[in-house]
Design a protein around this ligand. Sequence first.
Ligand SMILES: [Zn+2]
Length: 121
Amino acid sequence: MHELSVCQGMLRQVGAIAADHEARAVTGITVRIGPLSGVEPELLAQAFPIASAGTVADGADLIIETLPVRVHCETCGEDSDAAINRLLCGSCGDYHTRLISGDELLLASVEMDTEREPARA
Ligand SMILES: [Zn+2]
């Protein structure tokens, strides 16, 4: 499953962020995925408990936000939403478009438990 390795890569990023903040645990992770990223949100959600077991993010909530597909038209200059398999300009219908959003796979936010243990004398 491709999503498992995607998830493991994401968890390495999360682990580095948690270490930077001296977090005891990661409680929530938000990722943004575009429909053209090649990652299926459902499969990523299924892979997450497997990939996160035993890591600092074990038991964290995974929130997946999906992004729209947007294109910039080279002919009329308009930006518009497009269908996943038909990247046509929504304004003039031209196919000379450039993808501006939809292939992202972004780690949007990480919620952490950073409460320190009480210092012992
Ligand atoms: Zn256009």
